[in-house]
Design a protein around this ligand. Sequence first.
Ligand SMILES: *Cc1c(COP(=O)(O)O)cnc(C)c1O
Length: 398
Amino acid sequence: MAEPKHPQKPDTKIITGGRRKALTGAVVNPPVWRASTHLYDDVAALDEGDKTNEDGRFFYGRRGAPTQWSLAEALTEFEPGAHGTMLYPSGVAAIAGALLSVLQPGDVLLMSDNAYDPSRSFAQGFLKRWGVETHFFDPLIGAGIAELFCDRTRAVLMESPGSLTFEVSDIPAICAAAKAHKGQREIVTLLDNTWATPYFFTALDKGVDMTILAATKYVVGHSDVMAGAVTTTKRHWQALRSTAQTLGQVLSPDDAYLAARGLRTMAVRLKAHEAAALDIAHWLAALPEVTSVLHPALPSCPGHEIWKRDFTGSSGLFSFVLKGDWNKAAKFIDTLELFGIGYSWGGFESLACPKRPEKYRSATEWNCEGTVIRLQIGLEDVEDLKADLARGFAAIAG
Ligand SMILES: *Cc1c(COP(=O)(O)O)cnc(C)c1O
């Protein structure tokens, strides 16, 4: 297939992205190109081969092959203003790879206080030992972030909505403040966009410099592959790519194949996750056992107005606060039949997990009356899911 000649809507792009005859052959799905070694005709060709380091020419397995390039291109085409996408063997590897490509010892990193726990640990452990200082900020800070900038501030890592407590940040305002700051070096903005994916929130056109996906979640969509991706502009591309290659980061061709296959149905899956999650969120909000529902599309969620302004939809992950302590929440969850008990999300199956957000806060306080339960709403029949939850509420009644 040739480069698209006409503008395409997101639902079309997700089907056509990265499918180019010159790259993967005249097939619908790029085959799994499994290789480490490229064989050269002679020593002169070997000598020549080393001179360029570009995707699109097979050099050595660590630099990827058509299967990975096709997936990377599909993700790049989704983000207006993007130059390229690097793939990683997990979402955490993508976060680490992006941060290491912009930071150096002596820099200051600002991180949203609702960021994914392993992002915090990476900053508080690895980056600290490496000489980078991290300060956390209120996810609702907006343009006020400018007051936190110092001469050494180099990067801002955001997660919006946070994947535990779901506050929505004013990404355009934070990015504009970062661009306006005049310090030793420019401030690079990074966003963990795993919850919305570029289908519901394109990041680079909102001012973000590097957008990160745990592709393990909605891109893969079937709970069977770990993968990560970082998409960025021309300005930051070389640093991102050379850091990933220096660290030897490569997504296996088999996993890239499965991720690309998942991507093709991501739009329809997301719409189904969205509808069912909204249905259940509204249903929960009306129950006396529930203190609050933390879902960006509900007015009770901090940052809801920003979600309405910036996002084109909502995905299938949200939390609610159940009245009562941890043991009560555990009993509620243990009663459920359809909701699996486990980490991760973005697959076709529903999951439930009790959470302690207060453990992962430093700039803001987390107080709520009850216990946070995070739900990943899968693709089961929504009435069956509600009946399952209703059995959970019945089990803890009285
Ligand atoms: C799961 C997750 C990650 C990490 O992805 P892995 O593939 O599990 O390493 C990063 N950010 C968010 C918001 C996540 O939910």
